[in-house]
Design a protein. Structure first.
Length: 141
C-alpha cells in the first residue's frame, strides 16, 4: 500500500527497513558467491564433461542453487518494498521513502549505515541531488 512518510515516521520505521535491507544485501552477496562457483565449474579444467558426470552434476546443482537464491533475493526485495519504500541501489545501500515537500513529491533518502534519515531529494535528481533536512524544515510532511 502506497503512503507518504513524514521524517519522524521514516526514522521510526528505519530500524525495520535497515534489517530488511541487510537481508537483501546478504542475499546478493550469496548470489555472487554461487555465481563465482558456477564460473569455476565452467572454466577450462573445471571438468564439465568428465566421464563420470560428477562435474555436470555439480554444475546442475549450482544452477539450481543459484535459481533458488535469486528467487529468495526477489522475495526479500518485495518484502522491503512492501513496507512502503523504494530500493534504489543494493550495492550503494540506497533506500528512498516517499514524502512531500509542500505540494511536490520528494524522496527522503537513506544510505545504509546512516543512523537516521538526514537528507531528501527531488524525484528526478537522485542521490547526487541530496539536500540536508533542516531541523526546522516544516515543509517536509
Amino acid at each position: 500500500m502506497f503512503r507518504y512518510f513524514t521524517i519522524s515516521e521514516a526514522n521510526e520505521a528505519l530500524p525495520d527497513i535497515a534489517q530488511k535491507f541487510r537481508e537483501v544485501a546478504e542475499r546478493k552477496v550469496a548470489i555472487k558467491g554461487i555465481e563465482r562457483r558456477l564460473q569455476e565449474a565452467l572454466a577450462p579444467g573445471g571438468g564439465q564433461n568428465d566421464s563420470d558426470g560428477g562435474s555436470v552434476q555439480t554444475y546442475m546443482e549450482l544452477k539450481q542453487e543459484l535459481n533458488a537464491a535469486v528467487t529468495k533475493l526477489y522475495h526479500s526485495i518485495e518484502v522491503l518494498e512492501a513496507a512502503g519504500v523504494s530500493l534504489k541501489g543494493i550495492d550503494e545501500g540506497l533506500v528512498d521513502f516517499p514524502s512531500k515537500r509542500f505540494d511536490e513529491d520528494v524522496w527522503l533518502c537513506w544510505k545504509a549505515g546512516e543512523p537516521e534519515i538526514k537528507f531528501w531529494h527531488d524525484t528526478d535528481s537522485g542521490f547526487m541531488g541530496r539536500k540536508p533536512i533542516e531541523v526546522s524544515d516544516e515543509s517536509l510532511v
